[in-house]
Design a protein around this ligand. Structure first.
Ligand SMILES: *Cc1c(COP(=O)(O)O)cnc(C)c1O
Length: 473
């Protein structure tokens, strides 16, 4: 693209495009990086510069970009029909995908409700839970229990069960009341901070401190149990991001925690909603994070990687029992009156079917475990407290990694808008051809699962180097 076309695009972006989660005044102070195309692990900008997509285009890309099989599947579907509604009609790829997901998901999740965004998938799950209790004549079960720091999307219901003081302050009056259980956040617990920062310069990470992990986990579980006792018959569902709270800063849950949460929810006779929008489709090394702890939720939310990260597609899976609560004589008015224009869009479903095909053919899940180990080794230099004084903790599970920085490297000091550490690192990575996007002080690495090992090593090296520079500046 020539220089004047690029200048036009920059001016039009600044004039008209309101970017999500973006401080717009600062955005307009410089020319944006504009992507024109992509291939494999790389995004290519309008000037032809290549960047490794180490955030998977916001956590959704699975097999890389411009994947021949997915492209072909979408093109073929485009030759048949681009969109037809699921309200009153079926369509071929949506039916096939629903059956496929029911087969893949933990046993018992046999009913699939399609939507177009992760936030919609969680809203649908909340409405299914609320409707289930309504139709079961247990309307007093109207309170959702969320885990502190949770993120379930940006629509009103999703915000309500994923409240973030900084993000949601102006919208506080819009959200419904949720009861909060603490997060089993070892990194920011007093327990780990007290014991695990060694005087020698070789650091260990919070998730490696077994004693702190089990103590923090037990404490969080006791608090959840106490909360459910207190709320009694008022709990509609416990809502959890299994294994990793992504947007909270890649907070990795201690082993056994998820399983215990499921047992506690069961014991209290309430529902469990698993939001696997981020963790689903191989991110943690299993198709779904719940599988690691043999948990079957009552409702499972999927999005992001569902279509391989190609097209906007999301789904809420439910048990027969929940779906049956919405079945009855017409006069009983049990129907779930919820839907989206693009629910089950055929192009998105065709992409998803092709993506799942590749999972099976390429043994991608086994590769994730291998690459996770490789990435961990590559990040090992960050243990050196003298060379990387700003690193506070490294958290990882599969190909979800958070590197938390702090101004003094010894305690999480919270986000300081005058020192945007995560942002500074991303800028330095970008200059070296790697796209990452931070969450406050946490540098997030979420490469496509199919990333070539050489590119994965490069990502880690670039990030480590960028963090090292920061320490010296
Ligand atoms: C991204 C995300 C969502 C929201 O998905 P959108 O498609 O952005 O609406 C919900 N839950 C979790 C855990 C997520 O990571």
């Amino acid at each position: 693209m020539d220089a004047s076309d690029i200048d036009d695009l920059v001016a039009l972006d600044h004039a008209h495009l309101w970017h999500p989660f973006t401080p717009m005044r600062q955005w307009r102070e410089r020319a944006p990086l504009i992507i024109e195309r992509a291939e494999g692990d790389f995004l290519v900008d309008v000037q032809g510069r290549h960047y490794i997509d180490a955030v998977s285009s916001l956590w959704c890309n699975v097999h890389g970009h411009a994947v021949a099989e997915i492209d072909a599947a979408v093109r073929e579907q485009l030759g048949l029909v681009a969109h037809s509604t699921l309200l009153g009609l079926g369509n071929v790829p949506a039916i096939r995908l629903a059956a496929r997901l029911a087969r893949l998901a933990p046993d018992g999740l046999t009913k699939v409700f399609f939507s177009d965004a992760g936030a919609a998938a969680t809203e649908v799950a909340f409405k299914m839970a609320a409707g289930y209790w309504f139709h079961a004549h247990a309307q007093e079960r109207d309170t959702f229990v969320g885990i502190a720091g949770a993120y379930h999307g940006d629509t009103t219901g999703a915000m309500s069960v994923g409240y973030h003081e900084l993000f949601h302050r102006p919208f506080k009056h819009m959200v419904f009341r949720t009861a909060w259980a603490p997060s089993p956040d070892v990194s920011h617990s007093a327990l780990w901070r007290r014991t695990a920062q060694p005087s020698s310069c070789r650091r260990t990470w919070a998730q490696e401190d077994d004693a702190a992990c089990s103590a923090v986990s037990d404490e969080a579980l006791d608090a959840l149990d106490a909360l459910l006792c207190e709320l009694g018959e008022r709990v509609a569902a416990v809502v959890i991001e299994p294994l990793v709270q992504g947007a909270a800063g890649m907070i990795v849950q201690p082993p056994g925690y998820l399983r215990a949460v499921a047992e506690i929810a069961r014991r209290h006779g309430t529902l469990l909603v698993a939001d696997e929008v981020a963790t689903g489709f191989g991110r943690t090394g299993a198709m779904f994070a719940c599988e690691h702890e043999a948990v079957t939720p009552d409702l499972l939310c999927l999005g992001k990687g569902l279509s391989g990260g190609y097209l906007p597609l999301a789904a809420t899976l439910a048990t027969d029992e929940i779906e049956q609560a919405f079945c009855g004589e017409l006069a009983e008015h049990r129907t779930l009156y919820h839907g989206h224009t693009f629910s089950g869009n055929p192009l998105g479903c065709a992409a998803a079917l092709a993506s799942l095909e590749i999972f099976e053919r390429c043994g991608l899940l086994a590769a994730v475990a291998r690459k996770a180990e490789l990435l961990a080794r590559q990040l090992d230099p960050l243990r050196d407290a003298r060379r990387y004084p700003l690193v506070f903790d490294v958290r990882r599970r599969g190909l979800m990694v958070g590197i938390e920085l702090s101004a003094d490297g010894t305690a999480a000091t919270g986000f300081d808008p005058s020192r945007r550490l995560g942002y500074e690192v991303s800028e330095r990575c970008r200059a070296r051809g790697v796209i990452v996007r931070p969450l406050g002080n946490v540098v997030v690495l979420m490469p496509p699962l199919a990333i070539e090992e050489g590119n994965l090593e490069l990502v880690a090296q670039v990030v480590v180097e960028a963090i090292g520079e920061l320490g010296r500046s």
